[in-house]
Write a protein that binds this ligand. Structure first.
Ligand code: IDP
Ligand code: MG
Length: 125
């Protein structure tokens, strides 16, 4: 998911391009401003951090489903460390962000998590 700060900064194309150039396949995409209710479900154990909920609800996000061999592991590597100060150059966070509170992208951390997050973010409404 491309977070609101990356949308605002015009990084949508750059981020999608990296996954496409790597060879992964985009199979679903949504552009919308998430509700606080959705964010609380997504960040269940962290939803008591008001700054995180405010940041993630501050504007539209691009939520996506990417498909391909080892997509979860590779995707996490392409994103870089949670704290951009520790994210290597060449990673998305390493190249385009500075601090954890504005780290521009979310990626599922395991296949099981991905399945839950896809069900949540792409639920029929
Ligand atoms: P991840 O996004 O790399 O999986 P998590 O530990 O799952 O990292 O944290 C979820 C999100 O919560 C982070 O991407 C970041 O936006 C926010 N976050 C985590 N720790 C901090 C912090 O110490 N300060 C500010 N925001 C944080
Ligand atoms: Mg996480």
């Amino acid at each position: 998911m491309i977070k609101p700060d990356a949308v605002q900064r015009g990084l949508v194309g750059e981020i999608i391009k990296r996954f496409e150039m790597k060879g992964f396949k985009l199979i679903a995409m949504k552009f919308f401003r998430p509700t606080q209710e959705l964010l609380q479900q997504h960040y269940a154990e962290r939803s008591f951090f008001p700054a995180l909920m405010e940041y993630m609800g501050s504007g539209p996000v691009v939520s996506m489903v990417w498909e391909g061999l080892n997509i979860v592991r590779s995707g996490r590597q392409m994103m870089g460390a949670t704290n951009p100060a520790n994210a290597l150059p060449g990673t998305i966070r390493g190249d385009f962000s500075i601090q954890t509170g504005r780290n521009i992208i979310h990626g599922s951390d395991a296949v099981e998590t991905a399945n839950k997050e896809i069900a949540l973010w792409f639920a029929e409404t």
